[in-house]
Design a protein around this ligand. Structure first.
Ligand SMILES: *[C@@H]1O[C@H](CO)[C@@H](O)[C@H](O)[C@H]1NC(C)=O
Ligand SMILES: *[C@@H]1O[C@H](CO)[C@@H](O)[C@H](O)[C@H]1NC(C)=O
Length: 341
């Protein structure tokens, strides 16, 4: 009797063991399938030779959870000399079906928290919409590739996302309204793409944001006043777009703003006095707009500008006296306006 119980206990323990091993292997196998599809999509360059065998957790650029052996991080920077085993990524443009690179199988990596694939000038194709189902994703950096298509509409589902960097690609379409749901987002960089439409009026909801780099696109409309409620923003760049209207006075009250780049737009109206009196703002480039009127006499003795570029506008009047009393003035450019001599 005792021995029978022992045997059945042993066999049920074995069954549990087998089930959990099978479970782990199922997920691990789907991760293998996903990273292999990713490698085969590249179909050339260093990855093909470095990513061989089945032990993908030791492949360069891949990090797995040591317990579950699931992929948590993929970090591939083509321009990083440190990943020398993966150099020579700028492979023959004609080889391989590169649009498969970010195929839907990537989304099998449901434990992924970091996806950094940057500066692969031969990576093209779209960001798969299913990427927004990897809800644990915290860092998504696909900058410097040749990605086309639009930002996935459900990007706002990635509630853990801290970094969204899609700069220097060929992404078009507008900024998805759901983006304002990214309540953990600290860095948003979509610069140098072909993104059109307006900056979402409720962008002020992104309360953790410290850098918003949207320059070099085809954005239209005006600067939403809600942007001033982003109290952690240090770096705001809307340069080289087609943004019109006036600069909201409240921007000058943003508490930690240090760099504001609005150059090469169609901004009109007067320069708000709050911009010159803001003590943290040290880099202000408003060049090449249609700003008009007199300069506000609102510089403070604490004002510290490394860059103050107001060139190529329609400014008139005199240069304000308070500018003489600033703590520091580095590169100052007031040229190509209608100031009195
Ligand atoms: C995003 O979230 C919405 C609402 O929960 C859901 O209906 C949608 O399917 C999600 N999208 C993806 C791609 O998971
Ligand atoms: C301001 O931006 C313009 C346009 O890109 C650039 O040419 C200029 O050098 C910038 N000004 C300063 C002082 O950096």
């Amino acid at each position: 009797m005792r021995s029978i119980t022992g045997v059945s206990m042993m066999s049920s323990a074995l069954v549990v063991l087998l089930i959990s091993a099978f479970h782990v292997n199922g997920a691990v196998l789907s991760d293998l399938k996903a990273v292999a599809a990713f490698r085969d999509g590249i179909n050339g360059g260093g990855i093909t030779t470095a990513w061989t065998g089945d032990e993908f957790c030791i492949w360069p650029g891949i990090v797995c959870d040591p317990n579950t052996l699931r992929v948590t991080d993929i970090v591939l920077r083509a321009d990083d000399p440190a990943s020398s085993s993966l150099e020579n990524q700028k492979f023959d443009l004609l080889s391989g079906d590169r649009t498969r690179l970010f195929s839907d199988s990537l989304c099998l990596l449901d434990q992924l928290t970091t996806l950094i694939v940057t500066d692969y000038t031969s990576i093209s194709g779209q960001i798969p919409a299913c990427i927004t189902s990897i809800t644990g994703l915290r860092i998504l950096d696909l900058s410097g590739n040749r990605i086309t298509g639009e930002i996935p509409a459900d990007i706002g589902n990635l509630s853990e996302l801290i970094v969204l960097n899609l700069a220097d690609n060929q992404i078009s379409g507008s900024i998805p309204p759901s983006i304002v749901n990214l309540r953990s987002l600290r860095i948003l960089d979509i610069s140098n793409n072909q993104i059109s439409g307006e900056v979402p009026s409720d962008i002020g909801n992104l309360e953790m944001l410290s850098r918003a780099i949207l320059g070099g696109n085809q954005l239209t409309g005006s600067i939403p006043s809600s942007i001033s409620s982003l109290s952690r923003i240090a770096d705001l760049d809307l340069s080289t777009n087609q943004i019109s209207g006036s600069i909201p006075e409240s921007i000058g009250s943003m508490p930690v703003l240090s760099a504001l780049n609005l150059y090469c737009n169609q901004l009109s109206g007067e320069i708000p006095a709050s911009l010159f009196s803001n003590r943290g703002l040290s880099h202000l480039n408003l060049s090449r707009n249609s700003l008009e009127g007199k300069l506000p006499d609102s510089f403070s003795s604490e004002s510290y500008f490394t860059v103050l570029d107001l060139s190529y506008n329609k400014l008139i009047g005199e240069v304000p006296k308070s500018m003489e009393n600033v703590k520091y003035m580095g590169a100052l450019d007031l040229s190509n306006n209608n100031f009195e001599a």
